[in-house]
Write a protein of this length. Structure first.
Length: 185
């Protein structure tokens, strides 16, 4: 396999995905995804690509799709740098309500696999950050959901950029975990 798949953050199913990069005097070349490596690692098929561009201080999340249509995400930062966080929302999991995070950037070839049953969010650390997601199901308004980025019962330690994060109206109104109804098994 060209890609390496390593457990990450002590949360069952969360995986750091690293691929080879070939830098030279012109720049660099890298494969961004290989379906055969992905399948050989036992991971589910990916059916849709999504893209977001954020300016420094934008916090997106913590998002998930409800248990009737849960979604897994393979997340990569194409430009800039983000603090990327995943929260285990599976009630039966020994790591329920625990979170893990890492910085993803446009250097190297690192991605984070966030399995279904997790919430996901990121904070843009660079002046602009482009984030690409490959997902296991199509987005659907009827199952789109989230939990507050600053829920004290989760306790993600977001980097302090010296100002309050910039949130969408939707993200600012997200409920706490206790109120969101995320009953993943």
């Amino acid at each position: 396999m060209a890609f390496r798949f390593s457990p990450f953050g002590g949360l069952d199913g969360l995986i750091l995905v690293e691929g080879p990069a070939f830098p030279d005097e012109r720049g660099a070349f890298m494969e961004s995804f290989r379906a055969d490596d992905w399948a050989a690692a036992g991971l589910p098929p990916l059916v849709q690509d999504n893209f977001s561009r954020s300016r420094r201080g934008v916090l997106r999340g913590l998002h998930f799709q409800k248990p009737s249509r849960p979604v897994g995400k393979l997340v990569r930062c194409l430009r800039g740098k983000v603090f990327d966080a995943a929260v285990d929302l599976r009630r039966g999991s020994p790591t329920y309500k625990r979170w893990a995070a890492l910085e993803l950037d446009d250097r190297g070839n690192r991605m984070l696999w966030i399995p279904p049953g997790f919430a996901h969010g990121f904070l843009a650390l660079s002046e602009e950050a482009d984030v690409h997601y490959k997902v296991t199901d199509h987005w659907s308004a009827g199952v789109d959901a989230g939990v507050r980025w600053d829920d004290p019962n989760i306790g993600v330690r977001w980097p302090d950029l010296g100002a309050a994060p910039i949130l969408s109206a939707k993200d600012a109104a997200l409920p706490s975990l206790a109120a969101c109804g995320a009953d993943f098994d």
